[in-house]
Structure formats: structure tokens, C-alpha cells
Ligand binder design. Sequence first.
Ligand code: NI
Length: 148
Amino acid sequence: MKATIDRLQHWITEVPVRIESLSELKSSIRPQPHKWSKKEILGHLCDSALTNMQRFVRAQYEPQPYVVLKYAQNQWVEHMNYQNQPMGQILNLWIALNTQVVNIIAHIPEDRLIYTCDIGEGQMVTLKWLIEDYLKHLEHHLEQIWER
Ligand code: NI
């Protein structure tokens, strides 16, 4: 878990530096009408953090296999109204949520990392897998923010 925690902490420091160099205008552009702007991608990462902290906590005490909480990502981005908020506000939320995600992960006892989680369609994974997948998903979307 140490590598994952280090990586998340790296992003908590690095993301604000990179986001600050983006203009509000550039952050708000939707490349296509139905594609997310950079603000909305970072917002989606806030939704992911919100959902995943529920998963990381519940997987530790609910009966196994813990059936993971799902969320409709497009509806969340829309109803959270990220597009109409300043990038700085979304960034502050992202930092606070991920600081808490790190705090949760860092306190999971080693033996609970193998607890079983049901991610749907008969697929069973461990809590450790869920956490590593959270980081993978985060880095995938950060790439989209830097690329465009
Ligand atoms: Ni995503």
C-alpha cells in the first residue's frame, strides 16, 4: 500500500501546481458538446473520491463480499454543477477529498486488504485491488487534463 499512498500524495502536491497554470477559459471548454471540460474531468475525480471513500470504509465492516457502491458518472458531473464553478473551488474539493482518501487507506490494517468486494457481473476483487484501481482511474483522467 505504501507505493499507492506515496503516489496519491505526489498528486495532491503536483495537481494544484499544474492546474494553476491553466486559464479559467481553457478549463471550461468542452471539446465536443457531450465531452467533459477539464473542470468536469476534475469534478468527476471528486465524485470518484466521494464514492471510493464510501467503498474503502464499507468494505472493512460490511459482510463479505461487499457489493460496491455504484454511481452514474454523467449524472453526477451534471448535478454537481462543476461546469459553473471556478476551477479553484473544484481543486480545493479534490485536494480535501484525496487527503481524506489517503488518511483512510493509510489506516487500513494489512489483513483487511484481502477482504472480498463484488464489483458486479460476478467479478470478485480484493479491497487492495479496489484501491489500486482508484489510483489507475485517477491517473487516466489526469492524463486527459494535461493532454488537451
Ligand atoms: Ni472515469
